[in-house]
Design a protein around this ligand. Structure first.
Ligand code: G3P
Ligand code: CA
Length: 255
């Protein structure tokens, strides 16, 4: 497999270079050139969808409070950029709809549903922004993926797992493949530490896409591509370019 044969996904946008899950982080990722931008979705008190990783505003904004207990207006009063650097002051917590509209210009949205009760609202937002062709819904909750599929089977889904490697890994792969297939997901998206050659091969030979998160080390990216992963999620999408260039230089010299 060559370096160009996998899906490059910016984790929470280019979150190593701009405040995570903001329009700046998404724009930065698109500017670098990625295939997908991963976003985390949560629901507000007044039934709106916002893009934020944690349950609270505390870590990534200048305010505190639980997203589920606040209205969209209250949440958007928070500054979501200042904590990262002065050039991002004034950045807001984006809505899902504005994120989908921005990302679909040149990439797909890898839309992680954090809360189990959001599936119907998420599908509505995908329809409202005409993004069926520009999205894959991923979740740790099998119930979310089942519901999304039942609401609109055209929307591709990916099953996320945060498990640690438990030898023998080929056996662990078989269990996860069964769950992925049972819920009709096209992709198994695992923590990269989970992978060894046997795990990767068991998944790939059964025709299930294998994606990994979150990989920031260039050498590790190259090793994972060699194992045949079809998608890599990174906080530093600029390193995909760096790793690709290194491979090109290698090929020029030795092939
Ligand atoms: O892309 C999957 C990954 O984002 C899951 O973990 O905690 O970063 O949302 P987390
Ligand atoms: Ca995520």
């Amino acid at each position: 497999m060559s370096w160009s044969d996998f899906v490059r996904i910016a984790h929470r946008g280019a979150s190593g270079l701009a405040p995570e899950n903001t329009l700046s982080a998404f724009s930065k990722a698109l500017e670098i050139g990625v295939d997908g931008v991963e976003v985390d979705v949560r629901g507000t008190l007044d039934g709106k969808l916002v893009v934020l990783h944690d349950q609270t505003l505390d870590r990534t904004t200048d305010r505190t409070g639980c997203i589920h207990r606040m209205s969209l207006t209250e949440i958007q009063e928070a500054d979501a950029g200042a904590w990262f650097g002065p050039s991002f002051i004034g950045e807001k917590v984006p809505t899902l709809a504005e994120s989908l509209d921005l990302i679909k210009k040149t990439a797909i949205t890898v839309l992680e549903v954090k809360d189990e009760w959001l599936s119907a609202e998420v599908v509505r937002a995908i329809h409202h922004t005409q993004s069926v062709n520009n999205v894959i819904v991923i979740s740790f909750h099998a119930s979310v993926l089942l519901e999304v599929r039942s609401l609109d089977p055209r929307i591709p889904t990916g099953f996320l797992t945060s498990g640690n490697p438990t030898p023998p890994q080929h056996k662990q792969a078989l269990d996860l493949i069964q769950t992925t297939c049972k819920i009709g997901a096209s992709t198994l998206n695992v923590k990269h530490e989970m992978l060894d050659a046997s795990f990767a091969w068991e998944v790939r030979k059964r025709g299930v896409n294998l994606w990994v998160w979150t990989v920031d080390d260039v050498i590790q990216m190259q090793q994972l591509v060699t194992l045949g992963v079809q998608g890599i999620t990174s906080n530093f999408p600029d390193r995909f370019v760096q790793a690709g260039n290194e491979e090109e230089n290698y090929n020029e010299i030795y092939n």
